[in-house]
Design a binder for this molecule. Structure first.
Ligand code: ATP
Length: 210
């Protein structure tokens, strides 16, 4: 379970998010919101990637008191991922595999999903934007995170990858018990997945959509 308490985020004294209390059990969740409403900020707070006021727990582990163990429970794929141009896709995959203790069979499955096999030994600077996006999704799924956060996961993906992603999500949900939170403006995923609850970010806070 994710539990946020008294969370506030400001940039330059400007309030972006104010979430007094937020709880999320296992499941698949969708976050809507206009451009600039705070979806990415919200996901980055849960991922432990940006400073904020308040507290976040996953399964009783505190981000602020035990950040190392907290971050083992959560994985995040950026909307617009950027990597150093000179390292290869395989460098990153092997790094993630090592630190997240992923099995070779899981890595093989994710490389197959990504379709990047023939390109993995090339520097990321030679990848197209869709290939970089596929790599970022591959990396987010490595290991056994309790929550996988996908920010605009369909952006720049071709139709083949768009159709492969729901299968991967369902597989990881069943095989590893992963939960997912998406932010997306594109409706395809919500039609292809059993979404447990939709949320909307408006007026700096997050509310369930009825
Ligand atoms: N590093 C930053 N410095 C200053 N302001 C920021 C920063 N990051 C985000 N913001 C501001 O915070 C607000 C929320 O941004 P965020 O990226 O979370 O929105 P979003 O809902 O994900 O938008 P989009 O749908 O366009 O991706 C915006 O007003 C944005 O300008």
């Amino acid at each position: 379970m994710i539990h946020l308490q008294q969370v506030q985020k400001k940039y330059d004294q400007k309030l972006i998010l104010n979430v007094p209390e937020f709880k999320l059990d296992k499941g698949i969740y969708w976050i809507y919101g206009l451009n600039g409403s705070g979806k990415t900020t919200f996901l980055k707070i849960i991922a432990g990637m940006i400073p904020f006021d308040g507290e976040a727990h996953i399964n009783t582990i505190s981000l602020k008191k035990n950040g190392v163990n907290y971050r083992k429970l959560v994985s995040f794929a950026e909307a617009e991922p950027v990597y150093p141009s000179y390292i290869t896709g395989r460098d990153l995959v092997l790094f993630y595999q090592k630190i997240r203790k992923a099995t070779p069979s899981q890595i093989d499955r994710l490389i197959a999903f990504s379709g990047l096999g023939p390109h993995l030994d090339n520097p990321i600077g030679t990848y197209s934007s869709g290939m970089v996006k596929r790599l970022s999704l591959l990396l987010a799924f490595i290991g056994n995170a309790s929550f996988i956060l996908l920010d605009e996961p369909l952006a720049t993906l071709d139709t083949e990858a768009v159709h492969a992603l729901p299968d991967l999500i369902n597989e990881f949900r069943q095989q590893y018990g992963c939960s997912f939170i998406f932010s997306s403006h594109q409706p395809f995923l919500s039609a292809s997945l059993p979404i447990d609850k939709n949320f909307s970010i408006t007026d700096h806070t997050i509310q369930p959509l009825l």
